[in-house]
Design a protein around this ligand. Structure first.
Ligand code: BES
Ligand code: MN
Length: 459
């Protein structure tokens, strides 16, 4: 008789086949932010379609959007059982700095227990793990015990700008009881965790304009305000000496951590030394005073400079007074900050502090995403907790993640659906950086955990 155990056994006996599929998937350079990769996005969507067909899914379709498409499929043969909407994204981040990669980011290479490739962890590995779990249950485990819908998008890494519209257009198609979002990670290969919160995001370009064109810094320097200097002054004023953000009203709505939650976060098996290692060993940590590194990255909002541009940055010297300067600025938001309100607060700060020797422009990049908090006392969260314990043999802990997944808020807002946030990435996977990898033993535990999850949810 086919059972969950035979499905688990089948996966264990077919590790090489599954690794080869992951290599195929990760070899497609589906970088959503670079327009020269548009055809690769399409190829990748078609790869997902073909994988869904092989996994036994029905009603498979590519749903176009104004930019990159999503893939939908379902398998609805368990009347009376819950419907789970599995979310994933098949797009990836750019690969730069390319010189720091030890192997080609799109020629997946296995070294020891790890498979190195862009997207191996974030999140092609997690998408494939989910599909392999369902496929094994379907073909070798006596059937998928509940109803499953699948939505795998191509725009997550650019902030899911068209996913809200797509969800509005396909509300009926996407109707479900709960969403499963495996785009996060766990604490370590031996300590599973459940993510109960994510930070949100608001992203901008701040342009400062001075003279109509670049000037000789000797002829004009001293009398014409340098936009790079103005930008630097403005940025410098956005934090005080204690690491707090100075935008007017910025902390007004920020959720205060209850004492019990601070105590629980303090007890998490996370060490500062390991955090430093995973952060590529900065000389020392820096952050808002009065908060631990766990709180600073999970429960407190930030304002980061993601990029700076001005003047001459080529080899050697050029005595130029630049005409313009630009900073990419993003804010990680916590509950209950509003992405539109922080845009207003940044605007207010600039109105109050920018000198009249320049003009400036604040351009929002993509849609803002609010932070997310998950109710831990629901059946789906219990189903994933139990599944993690069944697979890892260790009770999971609850943790807050500092990253953002825009779809979680969109699903709450548009479909009225909560998400279970899980995933099997490890803190040292190097997501978004060079030499991204997935830890294969953890990836396979992920497949088993998800099989348990679906079975638990059907009970
Ligand atoms: N999977 C990540 C987010 C993540 C990473 C959550 C680790 C929890 C643990 C996701 O793909 C991501 O990187 N999101 C972007 C979103 C942005 C472009 C809107 C992010 O957080 O920068
Ligand atoms: Mn990512």
């Amino acid at each position: 008789m086919k059972t969950l155990q035979t499905a688990i056994q089948h996966v264990r006996e077919n590790n090489d086949f599954i690794i080869n599929l992951l290599k195929e998937f990760a070899a497609i350079p589906s970088i959503s932010t670079l327009s020269e990769h548009e055809a690769d996005i399409q190829t990748c969507a078609e790869w997902v379609v073909q994988r869904l067909e092989k996994s036994g899914f029905e009603n498979i379709q590519i749903l176009p959007t104004a930019k990159h498409p999503s893939v939908y499929a379902d398998y609805l043969h368990a009347p009376g059982k819950p419907t789970v909407l599995l979310y994933g994204h098949f797009d990836v981040q750019p690969v730069d700095p390319i010189d720091e990669w030890e192997s080609d980011p799109f020629a997946p290479e296995q070294r020891g227990d790890n498979l190195y490739a862009r997207g191996a962890s974030d999140m092609k590995g997690q998408v494939l793990a989910s599909l392999m779990a369902l496929s094994a249950l379907h073909h070798e485990g006596g059937g998928i015990p509940l109803n499953v819908k699948v939505l795998i998008e191509g725009e997550e890494e650019i902030g899911s700008p068209n996913l809200g519209t797509l969800m509005e257009e396909h509300k009926e198609l996407l109707a479900c009881d709960v969403a499963l979002n495996p785009d996060a990670g766990i604490i370590s290969a031996t300590q599973p965790s459940v993510t109960y919160g994510l930070r949100g995001l608001a992203y901008f370009e701040l342009w400062v304009h001075g003279a109509k064109s670049d000037l000789h810094s000797g002829l004009y320097g001293g009398a014409v305000h340098n936009p790079a200097q103005v930008l630097a002054d403005l940025i410098a004023g956005m934090h005080d000496s204690e690491g707090r953000i100075t935008l007017p009203g910025y902390y007004d709505k920020v959720r205060t951590l209850p004492d019990e939650e601070r105590e629980a976060l303090a007890k998490l098996p996370l060490s500062q030394a390991e955090f430093m290692r995973n952060a590529a060993n900065p000389p020392a940590l820096f952050g808002e005073q009065g908060y631990s590194f766990i709180e600073q990255t999970g429960a407190r909002p930030t304002l980061e400079i993601n990029g700076l541009y001005s003047g001459f940055i080529g080899e050697g010297a050029k005595t130029v007074l630049p005409a313009k300067a630009m900073a990419k600025i993003s804010m990680r938001l916590v509950p209950y900050q509003d992405p539109d309100l922080v845009q207003q607060q940044l605007t207010d700060y600039l109105n109050a502090n920018a000198p009249d020797t320049v003009t400036w422009e604040l351009k929002p990049i993509g849609h803002g995403a609010p932070a997310v908090l998950v109710d831990r006392h629901t059946k789906p969260v219990q189903a994933i907790s139990a599944a993690l314990e069944e697979t890892f043999g260790v009770e999971p802990v609850f943790k807050l993640e500092g990253g953002s997944i825009p779809v979680v808020g969109l699903m709450q807002e548009i479909l009225g659906v909560q998400s279970v946030i899980t995933g099997f990435g490890l803190p040292d996977d190097g997501i978004h950086g060079p030499n991204e990898k997935v830890h294969l033993p953890t990836f396979f535990k992920g497949i088993e955990t998800l099989m348990h999850f679906f079975v638990n949810m059907a009970q």
